[in-house]
Design a protein around this ligand. Structure first.
Ligand code: GRF
Length: 231
């Protein structure tokens, strides 16, 4: 497949961009057969945006404060995204809540990573909330983006045990390297298999997915499925 025929990926970030880097690396290593067309940020000072520009990637900044309302901001963001004609829009630490019209325009091809075992702990401060609830298991989820925040169908998860010595920072530090494996593996799965959102249900290779794929059990780092899950 020539470079121009590869599936096109655009990543949206607001900050550090470590998940974006992990996806870039997986594409560079050949684990994902795709082209990272652009990194788009709502913050000009996002560290991940600086890294992307230095790496030679196309970068775009669409700052919220430059637009009088959310609709105008989202129109500009949509124009920036659509200019790259992406097959997949990957939210990686993009810290804006997006409106229903915007989200529905990209339904089935926009994904997000969230640091909890969804549907538990939507929104912010997930590590703190896991500790407060006394939960012994935590993790991260990759899900399709739907209009309700962090509520779209979950494609994949990675799990960690919560130990007696964990605090918020330690949990975040232990989970992040696993996010860096989960997100590329999931994107590889989406690109190398048929994964469709039909009426809020994920279909993997034409079969409904009844529970999220677990990294290291159902899904490997290359996005390959364990035998029992493979179609
Ligand atoms: C990650 O923890 C991700 O799960 C959450 O925001 C954080 C982004 O980190 N949505 P980074 O910008 O990818 O380093």
């Amino acid at each position: 497949m020539s470079e121009t025929e590869l599936p096109r990926v655009v990543v949206l970030i607001s900050g550090r961009g470590s998940n974006c880097r992990a996806i870039f690396q997986a594409i560079a290593d050949g684990r994902i057969r795709a082209r990272l067309c652009a990194v788009i940020s709502d913050r000009a000072d996002a560290a991940g945006l600086v890294w992307a520009a230095e790496t030679g990637l196309d970068t775009v900044t669409v700052e919220r404060r430059r637009y009088p309302g959310r609709r105008k901001f989202e129109a500009a963001l949509g124009t920036a995204i659509d200019g790259f004609d992406p097959d997949w829009i990957v939210l990686a630490g993009f810290m804006r809540v997006l409106g229903a019209d915007f989200v529905n325009h990209y339904l089935g091809r926009m994904i997000n990573i969230h640091p909890s075992l969804l549907p538990k702990h939507r929104g912010l401060d997930t590590h703190r909330r896991v500790l407060e609830a006394g939960e012994r298991e935590h993790g991260a989820s990759v899900h399709f983006v739907t209009p309700d925040l962090d509520s779209g169908p979950v494609i994949s998860q990675v799990l960690i045990d919560v130990g007696d010595h964990d605090d918020e920072d330690r949990l975040a530090d232990r989970l992040l390297p696993l996010e860096h494996r989960l997100y590329p593996a999931t994107l590889a799965l989406l690109i190398h298999h048929s994964v469709e959102l039909r009426n809020e249900t994920i279909h993997l290779d034409d079969k409904p997915l009844d529970s999220p794929l677990v990294l290291g059990r159902d899904l490997d780092d290359h996005g390959r499925l364990d035998g029992s899950r493979a179609g």
